[in-house]
Design a binder for this molecule. Structure first.
Ligand code: PBG
Length: 372
């Protein structure tokens, strides 16, 4: 049992909260967005930051899907949370695995920034739209979802416009530098990036075209920020999280994540979504965030699974009235179930089997190199 003095000292310490995230400029900006919101609502508290590298930042050479674990961007940071070096972690929700390790939970999902993907041309390019670019153009993206869907779109609508999709790694600053490189380092004609990241970095003028559904279904939870906390977080921390939560974003993202969980996918499967809330009914009561409480809405969610070569694509939609996050999750799970029972399920199964054997191969090569 805690002695009285221990309780008092922990309460005193509670007036400063430390927020952790990755070191990239985008991650730091996102953390500051969260701090700004908190400082507005809780002027009595002090907020500090701690930025650390993650596995995903360290290993920039291997393809993301070969790195295996789905927790590339969160695992190292969770250690800080477990050690109580930080009180909250700020993530892009799309980088957060659908199942968190024991001891952690998502405390808040914040209002979504624009969730579509955008095309970004090399500096000085005469083109703006995907359709303007010549055949053979080199498109940089490390997302199999983007590459597969854009291939599918080109095959169906611009048959003679075959493009080359190339992996591009690194944070957004690094990627834009690679895009604009000339001479021997000239490797890309355009990139496809999340619009939300460009907006937050103040680079939205670099986007020349939005690629939105039904051409390109966005990633599950793209554009939304999440705060991760310990499962046993204090009452004060829970209150901070409540004040950050944006209910309609939360319902949409819970549905999307439930679908992805059912498909057993991480951030590296060719799965996209499009989610809307309509017929929104609000109550009288205000939440800690200042918003009127959401009583019910019609949630429509579309899921899209594409084969890696873009040749097959399966799109299904489900809608229903929901009155809480749990009901939104149920709809998402149902959609995942429906997709699994179409050929989409076969596509995903095949991709997983191929990857497992490629990862095994990569491991064998590595071990052989070590022992020789
Ligand atoms: N996987 C990288 C990543 N994680 C979150 C964002 C952008 C911001 C967001 O989607 O919330 C990006 C960059 C991108 O996909 O272009």
């Amino acid at each position: 049992m805690a002695s009285k003095s221990e309780v008092d000292s922990s309460k005193f310490k509670g007036t400063t909260f430390t927020l952790g995230s990755r070191q990239s400029e985008l991650a730091q900006i996102q953390t500051n967005i969260v701090i700004q919101k908190l400082a507005e609502k809780f002027p009595i508290y002090t907020f500090e930051t701690k930025f650390n590298e993650t596995e995903g930042d360290k290993n920039q050479s291997q393809a993301l899907f070969l790195l295996g674990g789905k927790a590339l961007w969160t695992k190292g940071l969770e250690e800080l949370l477990a050690n109580k070096q930080v009180d909250m972690l700020v993530h892009s929700l799309k980088d957060v695995p659908t199942d968190l390790p024991e001891g952690f939970k998502i405390g808040a999902i914040l209002e979504r920034e624009e969730c579509v993907d955008s095309l970004v041309m090399k500096k000085g390019s005469p083109y703006k739209m995907l359709e303007d670019m010549p055949a053979g153009s080199r498109i940089g993206t490390s997302s199999v979802r983007r590459a597969a869907q854009v291939k599918n779109y080109l095959q169906n609508h611009h048959k003679d416009l075959e493009m080359v999709f190339k992996d591009v790694r690194g944070n957004l600053n690094t990627r834009l530098k690679k895009l604009d490189a000339t001479g021997v380092d000239d490797a890309f004609d355009a990139l496809i990036l999340a619009r939300a990241g460009l907006v937050r970095l103040g680079w939205s003028d670099r986007a020349t075209q939005d690629l939105a559904p039904p051409v390109l279904y966005y990633a599950v939870s793209q554009g939304a920020l999440a705060v991760e906390i310990r499962s046993d977080a204090s009452q004060e921390l829970s209150e901070l999280c409540e004040a950050l939560t944006h209910q309609s974003t939360q319902w949409k993202c819970l549905a999307e994540r439930a679908m992805l969980r059912r498909l057993e996918g991480g951030c590296s499967v060719p799965v996209g979504v499009n989610t809307t809330l309509t017929n929104v009914e609000q109550g009288e009561e205000r939440l800690r965030s200042g918003e009127l409480i959401l009583k019910s809405a019609v949630l429509e969610i579309t899921g899209c699974v594409t084969s890696l070569d873009g040749e097959q694509q399966f799109v299904r939609t489900i809608e229903g009235k929901v009155t809480n996050g749990g009901e939104a999750e149920n709809l998402g799970t149902q959609l995942g179930e429906i997709l699994l029972n179409t050929e989409a399920g076969q596509i995903l199964k095949q991709i997983k089997a191929d990857r497992a054997s490629r990862a095994k191969e990569a491991m064998t090569v590595e071990t052989a190199a070590k022992t020789s």
